[in-house]
Design a protein around this ligand. Structure first.
Ligand SMILES: [Zn+2]
Length: 122
């Protein structure tokens, strides 16, 4: 099985990583909808939210709290939206949680992913 996110997790595909622990990684979306668009991805291959177990779910939302603080502080944003796609709107069939600062308030990314990554990486 060739899965883009599994390849990012095992290191064969590059990504702009801003968070990692033993269960999840947080990376910059390569095609951001807004500045600071981050994807939080479980390290085990879970196809979609219907396969998601409660331990992983809890962990993803705990990590999201930390990432939300980081995104809002470092990028000076006043709002954030957490979003999970399913069905035809889920492009990559490995579950991922979108973190979208000022989603709806700002309608497009204004900075390049590299510029935002410089602010968010450790
Ligand atoms: Zn995968």
């Amino acid at each position: 099985m060739d899965c883009l996110f599994c390849n990012i997790i095992n290191g064969t595909k590059e990504s702009k990583k801003i968070y990692e622990d033993d269960k999840v990684i947080g990376i910059m979306d390569a095609f951001p909808n807004v500045d600071g668009h981050v994807l939080l991805i479980p390290k085990k291959h879970i196809t979609d939210f219907k396969e998601l177990d409660s331990d992983t779910l809890n962990h993803m939302y705990e990590v999201s709290k930390t990432l939300t603080d980081k995104l809002m502080t470092k990028l000076d944003k006043k709002a954030i939206t957490l979003l999970v796609n399913y069905g035809e709107s889920q492009v990559i069939k490995h579950l991922h949680l979108h973190l979208l600062p000022n989603y709806g308030k700002e309608m497009e990314a204004k900075s390049s992913p590299d510029e935002i990554y410089d602010k968010l990486k450790k």
